[in-house]
Design a protein around this ligand. Sequence first.
Ligand SMILES: Nc1ncnc2c1ncn2[C@@H]1O[C@H](COP(=O)(O)OP(=O)(O)O)[C@@H](O)[C@H]1O
Ligand SMILES: [Mg+2]
Length: 239
Amino acid sequence: MVEELHYSYPDGTAALRGITLALGAGENVALVGPNGSGKSTLLLHLNGLLLPGRGRIEVGGKPLSASTLEFARRFVGLVFQNPEDQLFMPTVAEDVAFGPQNLSLKGEKLRECVRSALEQVGLEPARFLQRQSFNLSIGEKKRVALAGVLAMEPEVLVLDEPSAGLDPRSRRRLMRLLAELPQTKLVATHDLDMALETCTRTIVIDRGQVVADGPSGHILADRVLLETHGLELPLSLSR
Ligand SMILES: Nc1ncnc2c1ncn2[C@@H]1O[C@H](COP(=O)(O)OP(=O)(O)O)[C@@H](O)[C@H]1O
Ligand SMILES: [Mg+2]
């Protein structure tokens, strides 16, 4: 839950100007808006990577503060837009193990957790555990980054532009995967067709403010609303 959230970057850019929103358990919500509207800035607040200038954030029923930061980071799994910001260990096995290891998982339990996370994202452990993260394809990197987050067993998944840079087949696979994952999801995306297919609710933000919030089928069919905010109808609704 986010209430009246304001945030300005140190250089004075006012990125968020009074954002209020709440996610219900199990909801799949798309966050859409033009470049620079504040989507990534908002997501970085949800697990405490950025701290509010003004306003309140509540995660799992607890106000986000220094004392609940660790809880919030476990509760909300954030998948960055660029997997290279997330993957920094030499092998896939080490990258996916990094989070659960910090939660003190060891030995066979840790190995099982890593295998299961890779299986969830459709990467066969036997083929991928010892691969070097840096020479995977972009689609594979994105899935490894997601596996690293799933290995922490978060209640909420927050994904920044998950389909950006994927070819059509990888994008489809990602959409199926997201549909299968039971977590509550908030997905920032330019891909309004994906938003329409995978999210029941869509929030539109522009210049750091929420300008619409409602059922995806309604919001994403509103040509005037979308065009006013620098967006276009999803392809599937544009004829
Ligand atoms: N590190 C930063 N320093 C200063 N301004 C930033 C920084 N990151 C983003 N911004 C600015 O904050 C605003 C929101 O950016 P961002 O959250 O990245 O938008 P989006 O993800 O919707 O494209 C933009 O005006 C952007 O230029
Ligand atoms: Mg962004």
